[in-house]
Design a protein around this ligand. Structure first.
Ligand SMILES: Nc1ncnc2c1ncn2[C@@H]1O[C@H](COP(=O)(O)OP(=O)(O)OP(=O)(O)O)[C@@H](O)[C@H]1O
Ligand SMILES: [Mg+2]
Length: 390
């Protein structure tokens, strides 16, 4: 089975599927069923030929969705015999759930997290200031331009997403957030077109609203990871993406569109992608001072006993992520609240849990290991030695 043949199967599956969806929404059910069946057949062939292929899970889900749709059509047609008028509207609505909805996958947000709510990460913040915030405030001071593609990498739960959103808020940008994994899975057969649409939308918004736009691609490794086996669809999508990224730096100056990408697996990114993402910023574990601030922030609304020393908690949580620390504080609070419920007191109005003491924290910390291992941290540092670029 050649690579080309796989590519062909994939595009046939996509072709049949979009034809099926079109017929389905027009109410041409028997033909739609036929096309769904052909799409399923192609997907199953693909899966059987490459049993270990990464996208198989996605192909399987698609095939199952088409099967469910066939069953649904058959059910409606069976029930509504003679009431053909009603069927298209009911089922017409359902077709939309099969068609990957562009607007559902690209989230246009107005982020409300502030830059200074991101704790620590001074180096990362400075890099984003240099690359986005300052150029955006005074483009005239940057005659040589500025980097368009910025990669945030590091262990999970350390603030990559938060930092991206905060950057957008800082320059009052429109934040278009897409998950790279869903580009491939939900946009099967339409991914390439939708990538083009995403960038077009960014340019349009920027022009119409007169605001900068930040495109945030989360989990970018799922699109640009180096893999042994691939099917054509992915390559086309990647190339489209790279082309669009280049387009942004060319037309750059007039349309302020920035691309931020995030990943937990920087080592799996391929060179053509890395070349375009000139700034590569490490978002690492919080240092001692940052952990202390996090404890301050998260315990602020809670009632603490006088023996609680936030400094010491920060010392005890070396190696923990920001998100771990939040979890710890939540767990501690939950424990005292549970006590209150178990004592029956919680049902009395205005009753309060007892103040949280140092021992409560220590118990939870002992039970909860850091979500990032020292080996993982080493792997990030090692990758940084070769690829970090501030
Ligand atoms: N530096 C930080 N300052 C303040 N809060 C933080 C920080 N890091 C993590 N947090 C807390 O942890 C949560 C998770 O952080 P975030 O989603 O930004 O992590 P991430 O690096 O994007 O993780 P992932 O790789 O899993 O997407 C945040 O919503 C915030 O509550
Ligand atoms: Mg994230």
């Amino acid at each position: 089975m050649s690579y080309q043949a796989a590519q062909e199967l994939e595009s046939l599956a996509a072709k049949y599927a979009s034809e099926a969806i079109k017929l389905d929404s027009q109410g041409s059910y028997p033909q739609a069923i036929l096309m769904y069946q052909k799409a399923i057949e192609m997907l199953m062939k693909l899966i059987n030929l490459y049993p270990n292929y990464q996208l198989n899970q996605i192909y399987m889900e698609r095939a199952q969705a088409y099967k469910r749709r066939i069953a649904e059509i058959q059910r409606i047609r069976g029930l509504n015999d003679g009431e053909a008028e009603e069927a298209p509207t009911t089922s017409g609505g359902r077709v939309e759930t099969l068609r990957a909805n562009f607007d559902d996958l690209v989230m246009k947000e107005k982020p409300d997290v502030k830059f200074d709510q991101v704790i620590g990460l001074d180096e990362a913040k400075r890099a984003l200031q240099d690359a986005i915030i300052y150029p955006n405030k005074r483009p005239d001071l940057f005659p040589l331009g500025w980097p368009r593609g910025i990669l945030l990498y590091g262990p999970p739960g350390c603030g990559k997403t938060m930092l991206a959103a905060a950057t957008a808020a800082e320059i009052d940008a429109v934040f278009l957030s897409v998950d790279a994994a869903s580009i491939m899975s939900k946009w099967l057969g339409e991914a390439e077109k939708n990538v083009a649409r995403l960038f077009q939308q960014a340019r349009d918004i920027s022009q119409q609203e007169g605001k900068p736009v930040i495109i945030f691609i989360d989990e970018v490794d799922s699109l640009f990871g180096t893999r042994s086996q691939e099917v054509g669809g992915e390559i086309r999508v990647r190339n489209q993406f790279l082309k669009e990224t280049d387009g942004i730096s060319e037309k750059g100056k007039k349309t302020p569109v920035y691309i931020l990408a995030a990943t937990n697996k920087p080592w799996s990114l391929d060179p053509p992608f890395l070349r375009r993402f000139e700034k590569r910023i490490y978002v690492g574990l919080p240092v001692m001072a940052a952990r202390k601030k996090m404890f301050e922030l998260y315990t602020e609304p809670l009632s603490l006993a006088s023996d609680v020393k936030l400094e010491e908690l920060a010392k005890l949580t070396e190696g923990y992520t920001g998100s771990d620390i939040k979890d710890i504080v939540q767990a501690v609070q939950l424990n005292v609240v549970r006590e209150l419920f178990e004592s029956g007191e919680a049902l009395k109005p205005n009753s309060k849990p007892r103040p949280i003491n140092m021992n409560d924290f220590k118990t939870v910390i002992k039970q909860r290991k850091p979500s990032v291992s020292p080996e993982m941290v080493m792997a990030y540092l090692k990758w940084s030695e070769s690829f970090k670029a501030l």
